[in-house]
Design a protein around this ligand. Structure first.
Ligand SMILES: Cc1cc2nc3c(=O)[nH]c(=O)nc-3n(C[C@H](O)[C@H](O)[C@H](O)COP(=O)(O)OP(=O)(O)OC[C@H]3O[C@@H](n4cnc5c(N)ncnc54)[C@H](O)[C@@H]3O)c2cc1C
Ligand SMILES: Cc1cnn(-c2ccc(OCc3ccccc3)c(C(=O)O)c2)c1-c1ccc(Cl)c(F)c1
Length: 471
């Protein structure tokens, strides 16, 4: 059990609830800062679990997440075990694969293995003498006033722990957040989207990757989408996104093949028809929830970070990156306010809520936009336009995806910048269209054509022009 809570004179004691990706990284941040930190994780130690190697679940790690890892000296190690994805590879219905680069050579995202990342972060936290990991500790209840927590173990025993600061990193269904819900002026919203997701494995072919490995493979089919990220064992982990009522219609192996034949035909030989029939029914589709709340803190006692504060739908590949960035922002504010927790926690909510809400909105926007409009042609068109405009006016037009994925521009500033750019582009297009029309009319007036020589009768041309202009 931890020592009695201290006042400012003694070292502060931090309890991190949740030893997932953000909790484990946060433990490194607090330990590096010299605080006594204890992590309480409900699961068993995943580094010891004898679980047979399940499917690799991978994630896209990008700039924000890498900066957080860099802060605790973990960037090199994690990047060296990730696979760089320099471009999207868009799979069209006819099987054609079209690469669209993300930008410059240095602008790539990384496919990293989730379990390995979590293990590495837990092990790194443990290297600090002032950090302790407690597994099989499920938070059952806690009181903000006293900073007192009750943990239950799998053998039913209970443990009461006190801390100066409680950091809720216990994920989208956070038990820490439950206490926030009972408090006045705490705002909370959650949305389950109608889509579910299912992971499928694409094995190597003759010991080699089945597709080009250094790409984020995307099959955009409006309502249906599939992505594939490469793994070090030369498999790809494919994630199929589909409305639950579509998942429910597919109940036999033949229907799986029929569906893939219709939407992702090129992937069938790559996944393997028999493997696909089996893998599809191994696990049910999982739900996706978007959680927004504010404030993230209670007094100088408790603060929420990661999915516990902001679970986002995965259509921007930013959830973990945002949670990792939470750790940097909190640490910067700890530095700024000299660890005065009352000031730090209030400032953290003030600064971070607008940004985490912005990425939650952006991820939901991407989902709605992709579900409604984005097939292969539209995806290619949009991204080529983005890249061309950025090439022509690099300082003025920065694609939203670039700002979000390859910079630490505050998420809400990226949205503001994107909205401004959209206005400039639309106005620009409008003016150039108006300019062309006016120029054309001016030329026609200055030297009117000899109507007898027109290739098409004049009235037909005007009617065509009118048709063009009408909404
Ligand atoms: C399909 C999918 C794809 C994704 N792809 C990406 C991607 O490409 N890039 C990206 O950046 N993000 C991605 N994400 C988001 C990413 O997975 C999450 O943002 C990230 O896992 C959040 O980390 P966390 O530590 O906050 O929460 P979690 O990873 O959920 O960890 C919470 C931890 O708390 C523990 N816990 C829970 N309750 C208790 C309790 N009562 N007591 C003690 N411990 C408890 C849990 O056991 C767990 O270990 C994706 C998410 C999904 C669903
Ligand atoms: C895991 C991960 C990491 N990044 N992205 C991502 C997301 C969206 C993107 O553009 C949206 C768009 C394309 C075209 C028009 C509007 C919006 C791009 C891109 O620009 O390449 C990349 C994903 C991802 C996650 C789920 C799905 Cl379903 C998916 F397709 C990709």
């Amino acid at each position: 059990a931890m020592e009695e809570p201290s006042d400012n004179r003694q070292k502060k004691v931090v309890a991190v609830v949740g030893g997932g990706l953000v909790g484990a990284l946060n433990a490194c941040f607090f330990a590096k800062r010299g605080l006594d930190v204890e992590v309480f994780e409900s699961r068993e130690d995943i580094r010891q679990a004898k679980v047979v190697k399940g499917r690799s679940i991978n994630l896209a790690l990008s700039h924000r997440g890498r900066q957080a890892l860099k802060h605790v000296g973990m960037e090199e190690k994690i990047v060296s075990q990730g696979i760089p994805m320099h471009a999207r590879m868009i799979h069209s219905l006819n099987g054609k694969q079209s690469p669209i680069p993300y930008g410059k050579k240095s602008q790539y995202i990384l496919s990293v293995d989730r379990a390995n990342l979590n293990k590495q972060l837990l092990t790194e936290a443990e290297t600090y003498p002032n950090a302790k990991l407690n597994f099989d500790h499920k938070l059952q209840d806690w009181s903000a006033e006293k900073g007192l927590m009750t943990f239950v173990r799998s053998d039913g025993t209970k443990e009461h722990i006190q801390a100066d600061l409680i950091v809720g990193c216990d994920g989208a269904f956070s038990a820490i957040r439950k206490q926030f819900l009972r408090r006045s002026r705490f705002n909370y919203s959650q949305t389950y989207i109608p889509h579910g997701y299912m992971e499928l494995t694409m094995p190597p072919i003759n010991g080699e990757f089945a597709m080009k490995p250094n790409y984020l493979h995307i099959w955009p089919r409006n309502t249906f989408m599939m992505i594939a990220l490469p793994n070090l064992d030369k498999t790809f982990t494919c994630t199929l996104f589909m409305p639950f009522d579509e998942f429910e219609k597919i109940t036999t192996g033949d229907q799986v093949i029929e569906f893939f034949q219709k939407c992702f035909p090129d992937s069938i030989p790559l996944i393997g028809a028999d493997a696909l029939r089996e893998d599809y029914f191994r696990l049910p589709a999982q739900a996706m929830v978007s959680v927004k709340c504010s404030p993230y803190h209670i007094g100088d006692k408790c603060v929420l970070m990661g999915d516990a504060a902001h679970a986002v739908v995965p259509f921007y590949g930013q959830g973990m990156n945002a949670g990792f960035e939470d750790c940097i922002v909190f640490d910067e504010i700890m530095e700024q306010f000299n660890e005065d927790l009352a000031a730090v926690l209030a400032e953290y909510s003030r600064v971070r809520v607008p940004d985490d809400h912005a990425i939650a909105d952006l991820a939901m926007y991407n989902y709605v936009e992709m579900r409604a409009h984005v097939n292969s042609k539209w995806f290619l068109f949009r991204k080529h336009v983005d890249n061309i405009l950025h090439f022509v006016m690099p300082k003025t037009i920065i694609p939203l995806y670039t700002m979000v994925t390859f910079t630490r521009t505050r998420y809400h500033k990226a949205v503001e910048r994107w909205q401004w750019q959209d206005k400039v582009i639309n106005r620009g297009l409008l003016f150039s269209a108006a300019g062309a029309a006016l120029g054309g009319v001016f030329l026609l007036i200055k030297n009117p054509p000899d109507v007898n020589k027109l290739s098409i009768p004049a009235e037909k041309m005007w009617s065509r022009l009118a048709a063009l202009r009408s909404p």
